[in-house]
Write a protein that binds this ligand. Structure first.
Ligand code: KG4
Ligand code: ZN
Length: 343
């Protein structure tokens, strides 16, 4: 990681991204904000599974062990040396405080050691860049549905780097609802993907769960839906769990897609973009594709690996931020509650 010999020139476009905001330790090298040369994701799922969720202290310790090996692997796979980098970009927030600190301290130390610029990246903005990494430059304006374990928001993007928050969840995030329902029906952690798989074998019309705030603007609410599902399971133990999973997923996706479609129509979007871990959900992807086809909109769906936390999206957002704002000060703090820089 500390190369000897003559200073390599690189092409001035390589950004190393580092991500440690939750339970994935990730590092990636991306050229010019668009070509992924490497993307390493070290998942901590096994460490947290026995506790049924992410344990912040365990996450921080695991990031400490995994961060430098992830960086080494990403550089090696990209066949690049630290001093060739145009910048090191890192998620500074939002996320778990102790987890963020590990990535931020690692990025600052490496930036100092290699003499390359340091760029602070907002994790939510990074998710928004995942689609453009795979689809190329987006034809704006687009409506992006950003759905993860911590966030559920509809974002209007008219110009690169400028975001208008149309609405967000008033209580639980969509991913949180998937995880809590999954846990309640015994699917363990992480629940979203397991619930997705179980739902594929069930009847989505078996139970008519509520569609909270459907047709009422762009705010979301998932806590009542989650409670309705857990209550149903207690009161109707005879209902097959696959039917419960499918019916819950149907209700959640109905709301997510319904509001996204309404926003696209009302504001005149050219496309719909999905971002965040829940964007890996099979039904959400299928329904979004159907809506886009019907309405003549571009469907911007990152691959599943790009939807969940990774560092390639951090590097892409970092490249863009470097060009628009320049490097960030080395005393930039980790900010657990950082908001999307909305207008
Ligand atoms: O973006 P992400 O990797 O991390 C956060 O920033 O939160 O999102 C993780 C969330 C978890 O709640 C996980 O259960 C959910 O995304 N998720 C899914 C699926 N894959 C991941 N939810 C539903 N269906 C999936 N296939
Ligand atoms: Zn995320």
């Amino acid at each position: 990681m500390t190369p000897d010999g003559p200073l390599p020139s690189g092409d001035g476009r390589l950004v190393l991204g580092i991500e440690s905001s939750c339970d994935e330790t990730a590092a990636a090298v991306v050229s010019g904000g668009e070509t992924i040369l490497s993307s390493v994701v070290s998942s901590q799922i096994d460490l947290h599974a026995r506790y049924g969720g992410v344990v912040p202290e365990i996450a921080s310790r695991a990031h400490l062990q995994l961060a430098l090996p992830a960086v080494s692997a990403a550089l090696e796979e990209a066949n690049c040396q630290g001093r060739e980098l145009a910048a090191i970009a890192v998620t500074t927030g939002p996320g778990l405080a102790g987890a963020l600190l590990v990535g931020v301290a690692t990025a600052k130390a490496l930036a100092l050691a290699w003499g390359v610029p340091f760029v602070a990246v907002n994790h939510l903005e990074a998710h928004l860049y995942a689609a453009s990494l795979e689809v190329g430059e987006l034809e704006l304006p687009v409506v992006t549905l950003l759905v993860s374990g911590g966030h559920t928001m509809l974002v209007w993007i008219e110009e690169p780097g400028r975001y208008r928050l149309l609405g967000e969840t008033l209580d639980d995030a969509a991913g949180e609802a998937f995880d809590k329902v999954a846990r309640h029906i015994g699917l363990g952690y992480p629940g979203g993907p397991a619930l997705d798989a179980l739902a594929a074998t069930g009847d989505p019309k078996a139970v008519a769960f509520p569609r909270p705030l459907m047709g009422q603007g762009y705010s979301f609410s998932f806590s009542g839906l989650k409670t309705a599902v857990t209550r149903w399971v207690s009161n109707h133990p005879e209902t097959p769990l696959a039917d419960v999973a499918a019916s819950f997923q149907e209700a959640a996706v109905d709301v997510l897609v319904g509001k996204t479609q309404a926003a696209a129509k009302e504001l005149g979007a050219r496309g719909i973009c999905l971002a965040g871990g829940v964007a890996a959900n099979s039904l959400l992807r299928e329904r979004t594709l159907q809506v886009c086809e019907r309405e003549g909109l571009a469907a911007l769906l990152p691959s599943r690996a790009m939807c969940t936390d990774n560092a390639a999206m951090v590097a892409a957002a970092g490249w863009w931020r470097l060009g628009s704002d320049g490097p960030s000060p080395l005393d930039t703090p980790a900010q657990p509650s950082l908001a999307l820089g909305a207008e």
